[in-house]
Write a protein that binds this ligand. Structure first.
Ligand SMILES: Nc1ncnc2c1ncn2[C@@H]1O[C@H](COP(=O)(O)OP(=O)(O)OP(=O)(O)O)[C@@H](O)[C@H]1O
Length: 266
């Protein structure tokens, strides 16, 4: 069953058509990747699903609901969470505090209730803590839970950002370049996290990623974009060997990554 559906979506920035008549569908329970050279339109697709941008044409539906009827701050409430290419965490707060912020959408109490019904609020607070501790355990973040973000290595911050998105208990997780800046070992860990997120948590994943090695190991389906338009769609192996995809990558830094990925595919 399709969870996310884009139909004929187009977005222009002045004279630049960043996304051109794109249709795609992500099924519930799958891991789906958007790939393509720099400037292909991948981030713009994410930013339209997150409702930072509004397409000039086309529709975006999530679980049958028209996302274009919603504003950016309502997207998390619908069950969509995302990470960012440039990690966005509160630097002067602990891992635990950052994750509790992620629980914001589940808060049911109003301000007067918080002032006058302390018992009920304490129960709600315990529920948030429990949900957050579950994610901390799931991603092996126990040793970092009370540490400030500012002092953490880049690879750990990346996992904390993933944890913050998971703490919202989404149905759809958007991962913007989950492997960028990670070492080979950290990328390997990220692969297992993504596998577990899908298998154990039952969360559907849509990711943008340049590392074709990771994409080929973790994704069910891949859509390749170039100049805002769909070039090819299929399994990782089908997309990587598609002539139009190989041509689009020629002359870009991604060529070597594609070649490496093909070499290391098992
Ligand atoms: N805010 C913006 N204003 C003007 N042009 C933009 C804006 N955002 C993106 N673009 C243009 O839209 C096109 C698609 O950009 P986008 O960032 O979506 O590509 P991308 O595939 O995510 O690239 P990368 O892999 O480098 O992140 C590019 O030509 C880019 O210059």
């Amino acid at each position: 069953m399709s969870l996310l559906e884009l139909d004929g979506v187009t977005l222009k920035f002045g004279g630049v058509t960043a996304v051109n008549n794109l249709s795609m569908s992500v099924n519930e329970g799958e891991v789906f990747a958007l790939v393509g050279p720099n400037g292909a339109g991948k981030s713009t697709v994410f930013n339209m699903i997150s409702r930072f941008y509004r397409p000039v044409r086309g529709s975006i539906r999530f679980d049958g609901e028209d996302l274009l009827n919603h504003r950016a701050h309502e997207i998390a409430n619908l069950g969509i969470a995302r990470t960012f290419q440039n990690i966005e965490l509160f630097e002067r707060a602990t891992v635990l505090q950052n994750l509790l912020v992620g629980r914001h959408r589940h808060r049911r109490s109003t301000l007067p209730e918080q002032l006058f019904f302390a018992g009920r609020i304490r129960a709600e607070e315990r529920e948030h803590r429990h949900a957050v501790e579950e994610v901390i355990d799931f991603l092996d973040l126990q040793v970092y839970r009370d540490k400030m973000i500012a002092g953490l290595p880049y690879g750990v911050r990346k996992v904390v950002e993933l944890a913050r998105a998971l703490a919202t208990k989404p149905r759809l997780l958007l991962l913007d370049e989950p492997a960028s800046g990670l070492s080979v070992e950290e990328t390997q860990d990220m692969r297992w996290w993504i596998d577990d997120i899908r298998r154990q948590m039952g969360i559907t994943v849509l990711m943008v990623e340049h590392d074709m090695g990771l994409v080929s190991k973790v994704c069910d389906r891949v859509l390749a974009l170039a100049d805002g338009a769909k070039l090819a769609e299929g399994t990782p192996a089908e997309v990587q060997s598609h002539p139009a995809v190989i041509e689009a990558y020629l002359g870009t830094s991604a060529v070597s990554k594609t070649a490496n990925a093909q070499g290391e595919r098992v």
